[in-house]
Design a protein around this ligand. Sequence first.
Ligand SMILES: Nc1ncnc2c1ncn2[C@@H]1O[C@H](COP(=O)(O)OP(=O)(O)OP(=O)(O)O)[C@@H](O)[C@H]1O
Ligand SMILES: [Mg+2]
Length: 272
Amino acid sequence: MATGTLTTSTAVYFEHVSRYFVNPAKHIQVRALDDVDFGVSENAFTSIVGPSGCGKSTLLNLLAGLSFPQQGRVLFRGEPVTEVNTRVGYVTQDSNLLPWLTVAENVELPLEIRGVGRRERQERAREWIHRVGLAGFEDHYPHQLSGGMQKRCSIARTLVYDPEIILMDEPFGPLDAITRMVLQAELLRLWETRHKTILFVTHDLTEAIALSDQVVVMTRRPGRVKAIMDVPLERPRDVFHIQESSGFAAIHSQLWEVFHAEIEDPTHVGGE
Ligand SMILES: Nc1ncnc2c1ncn2[C@@H]1O[C@H](COP(=O)(O)OP(=O)(O)OP(=O)(O)O)[C@@H](O)[C@H]1O
Ligand SMILES: [Mg+2]
């Protein structure tokens, strides 16, 4: 669960984290995150929602060790993240596929890096390519795929090596409604059977509720934690009929109440 205290079951803790970006040429400072302080328990499914530009991707980048805070610390299983964090699997907001490799080669790459033998590599890649609905496209290059297909390839490339903690930045954003629900169901199955810890960024409140134990709502930039809401819907959940499940409407309206205040003034520019 997302909490405000650090315990032994805390997988990740953002401890009073602030991150700003400076453009030296223009002397502009953008405060992306301001004193963000929350933790995520082992095996919890946590979604992060907030207006565009509030620092959601920045938060995941800090946990992946691709960027570092100016204030505060990011703790991964109690240890500060001070370099690239290879223990997390990260589906970034852009699909980030290597353009010179085919779909199959892209998906096999993380296994190859980890020294998995050729036969097992091919087998596991084939399974995941099939799961994300890309069977038949194994030999295509990224530029020969649609945006949604690139996204699915990128999801397969991360999940294929079974990372302990999975970060996903709007992974299902460019997908059609049906594919999206199929992959949500697949992700929930993976999470439930393999006891993963997942941090999931989305703009879609229904998706956040369908998947999560907790939803962290961020303010508009500079991003702060506005609220952490529990989602006490029973599991396993049926993502195809989640809106009809008892309790959904109440949680959705509660979440919307907190969320909409942050987006109702789109002209607001905070943090500079
Ligand atoms: N490397 C960077 N250099 C300069 N500014 C950056 C950098 N990364 C992020 N920012 C700025 O930090 C702020 C937060 O960006 P971030 O990408 O984290 O937002 P976000 O919440 O993920 O938005 P979205 O929902 O649109 O993806 C933005 O104002 C962005 O311009
Ligand atoms: Mg983002």
